[in-house]
Design a protein around this ligand. Structure first.
Ligand code: DGY
Length: 326
């Protein structure tokens, strides 16, 4: 008998086909998000779950799904999953590293360029029919080229951002929990500095570390005050690493120049004060959202899940200890 799996959100047909080759698939191509209760009900008798960051896989859910053996998240980040609780139950958890690095780095750069050159602000002005002609001092922005880029979080995506910065002749500095290997620093042409030095020197501060209790509000009022008044903050990683209320205050009072945000605390219910600000560019968590990348993420998750349910070690297992529990 094929193992039963639930896919919580709409995905591309090719990943459903991969799952269907090995499993009985309960899909949700209608894409109506499940409540925690509905998800627990759907998972009755299921061994696999393919889910997204919109699904909370917490201890309460895990306690209700005794047959569950594997959870494949369609994301590189997995802060929506209580990994220790899964490990304790022998449930393997997987993510999708690698396939989204370049697209996410592109989006971080799009936010840098859009904030620096005020792209969304001027687009709104043109659409309102307010443009009456060219002026020398109109809509002055700041340069991205030759500026100092400070990357906090020098994993794969941070490195992909540094690679792009080389094409803009930027000086790259970075901070990471642990300093990366000399060959990675050399490839990224990036100098390791303390967090305070990065905040004080960078024209663009880009956040690319995972969200965890340790990185919650890593950027708050105190850190924003350490940045240059001309600096721009880019958050393309996870809501919660920035204290949004403190950021709004900093943007209102000119503590920093601008921000470009792909992610928010409590998204999609972002703090409404953001909508009143002109010096912030807002996009709805689309860092990895190109067709090729989202397709690759769903396919990676499907393959991870199939491998786990066939008893093989899934390629992107985040909790190897879970296999020892079985
Ligand atoms: C990830 O992979 O963590 C992204 O945020 C999903 O879009």
């Amino acid at each position: 008998m094929k193992p039963k799996v639930v896919v919580t959100r709409e995905v591309f047909d090719d990943s459903i086909a991969v799952l269907a080759g090995h499993c009985e698939v309960i899909d949700n191509q209608a894409d109506v998000p499940y409540t925690p209760d509905a998800l627990a009900t759907k998972l009755a008798g299921c061994e696999g779950l393919m889910c997204a960051l919109t699904d909370k896989v917490d201890a309460a859910l895990i306690a209700r799904v005794p047959h569950l053996k594997a959870v494949a998240n369609i994301a590189v980040g997995y802060n929506n999953i209580d990994v220790p609780a899964c490990t304790a139950r022998g449930i393997q958890v997987t993510n999708t590293p690698g396939v989204l690095d370049d697209s996410t780095a592109d989006l971080a750069f799009a936010l840098m360029l859009a904030t620096a050159r005020r792209v969304t602000e001027v687009e709104a002005y043109i659409r309102k029919g307010e443009w009456t002609g060219w002026k020398l001092k109109q809509w002055l922005g700041v340069d991205v080229h030759h500026a100092t880029l400070g990357i906090i979080g020098m994993g794969r995506i941070g490195q992909a951002i540094a690679k792009r910065a080389a094409g803009f002749d930027m000086k790259v500095i970075y901070h990471n929990r642990t300093r990366v290997a000399p060959e990675i620093e050399a490839r990224a042409n990036a100098a390791y500095v303390s967090m305070d030095a990065l905040l004080a020197q960078a024209d663009f501060v880009v956040l690319q570390m995972p969200y965890s209790p340790e990185t919650h509000h890593l950027i708050g009022a105190a850190q924003l005050k350490k940045m240059k008044p001309s600096a721009i903050l880019i958050n393309s990683t996870r809501g919660g690493v920035v204290d949004d209320a403190a950021l709004i205050d900093a943007l209102k009072h000119g503590t920093i120049r601008a921000a470009g945000l792909d992610v928010f605390e409590n998204e999609p219910k972002l703090n409404p004060a953001f909508l009143e600000l002109k010096n912030v560019v807002l996009v709805p968590h689309i860092g990895s959202s190109t067709e090729a990348t989202r397709r690759a993420m769903a396919m990676t998750a499907a393959k991870n899940l199939v491998a786990a349910l066939r008893g093989e070690r899934p390629p992107n297992l985040v909790n190897p200890a879970a296999r020892e529990q079985r």
